[in-house]
Ligand binder design. Structure first.
Ligand SMILES: Cc1cc2nc3c(=O)[nH]c(=O)nc-3n(C[C@H](O)[C@H](O)[C@H](O)COP(=O)(O)O)c2cc1C
Length: 362
């Protein structure tokens, strides 16, 4: 008996993949609502224990029978000597003491990579997406053996080629506009991340796999733009942050849809991420180095204390460049509206082209 075909992102009724959003926003209710509405709901495994993830999977399956995805963090680069970020650690300790807490232990870990893979082998899902690194061909084959499709997050043509070579079924092309961490294989301070349209065009010229576009997409017109650039779906995060089903911190919700700009920062985690500008990131960017997840753990108690104190200026408020258009809305309604608006935007663009062809005097 053959295995059913792996999930094809081009076959989704709604061309929308819910971005995994580690650190609170991802919930079983949000993932289930998006899958039920015809998109693909995804659970973030990042920062969850394997036991938490098993629980999240069970709770999601209680809510939907539709396919779902799980996102894993690939193991990070080797640890950095703590002396390299000693000045940052001192700054974090001082900020933390103002809130009556201390800096966290800047430990290095792999986010339970092996245990989470084992769990997904025992309890498979339709799609396993990987961020922060390239899974080995052996890992991809193990996941394929369970029937899962494997999608890899890429931010460059080189990463796209490497992901194709290990057997990825689709690529999540993440542009610089995206909220949250840049999910490429390495964080290179000297390399300016590509915007989503250049990235899609360059990757398409080099690799034949289905592309899922991520970064700054908050409207149907944004989805239409990436579909026109040959993506089969959009992976959307920020637009879902203010859904009632999301686990987003209330102080984060309060600033979405406003005019606060976003910026890249390494100050919270030691890896380049886009969020709403904060005083903490502004003042301490200079001492932050590439040291993930060590700096993530270093700032963890500070961020928790700031949330408890209602102080958004010391919290990582991840958001993409499109956030000013975000409004609270149930996830299913958002998926339905975005899909209809994307279809209308594609029709309108074709209509404008047709009108041009008729009126061109040449
Ligand atoms: C709050 C937040 C958390 C995120 N966490 C993850 C994650 O755990 N794994 C991942 O692959 N991407 C994560 N991302 C990035 C998304 O996958 C996606 O690239 C991004 O949301 C797309 O840009 P947009 O936010 O403008 O829609 C996160 C994004 C946000 C906003």
């Amino acid at each position: 008996m053959g295995m059913p075909p792996r999930l094809d992102p081009a076959a989704l009724a709604a061309p929308i993949v819910l971005a995994p959003m580690a650190g609170g926003p991802s919930t079983p209710a949000l993932a289930a609502a998006v899958s039920d509405a015809g998109g693909l709901g995804t659970l973030a495994a990042g920062y969850r224990t394997p036991e938490d993830l098993a629980e999240d999977l069970a709770r999601t399956r209680e809510r939907t029978r539709r396919p779902i995805g799980v996102n894993l963090f690939a193991p990070p680069a080797p640890p950095v000597a703590p002396e390299r970020f000693a000045a940052h650690a001192a700054a974090v300790a001082e900020e933390a003491s103002e809130l009556g807490t201390a800096a966290g232990d800047p430990r290095h870990d792999d986010d339970g990579w092996t245990a989470k893979l084992d769990l997904l082998e025992r309890d498979p899902v339709a799609v396993v997406s990987v961020t922060f690194g390239l899974p080995s061909a052996e890992v991809v084959a193990r996941l394929h053996a369970t029937g899962s499709a494997v999608w890899v997050t890429v931010t460059s043509v080189a990463e796209a080629g490497a992901a194709a070579a290990v057997g990825a079924d689709a690529l999540i092309a993440q542009g610089a506009e995206a909220g949250g961490h840049q999910g490429g294989f390495v964080d290179e301070p000297g390399r300016e991340p590509l915007g989503i349209l250049p990235l899609l065009q360059l990757v398409r010229a080099a690799v034949d796999l289905p592309l899922i576009a991520a970064g700054g997409i908050v409207t149907g017109a944004g989805i239409a733009a990436v579909l026109a650039a040959d993506a089969v779906a959009a992976q959307i995060g920020t637009a879902f942050l203010d859904c009632p089903e999301a686990g987003t911190w209330v102080g984060h919700r309060a600033l979405l849809g406003g005019d606060r700009p976003t910026a890249f920062t390494r100050a919270f985690s030691g890896r380049r991420a886009r969020g709403l500008e904060t005083r903490f990131a502004r003042e301490h960017e200079g001492t932050a180095t590439v040291a993930y997840p060590q700096i993530h753990h270093l700032t963890s108690p500070l961020r928790a204390a700031a949330r408890a104190a209602g102080d958004p200026e010391r919290v990582n408020l991840w958001a993409g460049q499109g956030h000013p258009l975000v409004a609270p809305r149930p996830a299913a309604a958002l998926v339905t509206a975005l899909t209809a608006e994307a279809d209308a935007a594609l029709q309108a663009a074709i209509g404008r082209r047709a009108a041009t062809a008729v009126s061109d005097p040449r």
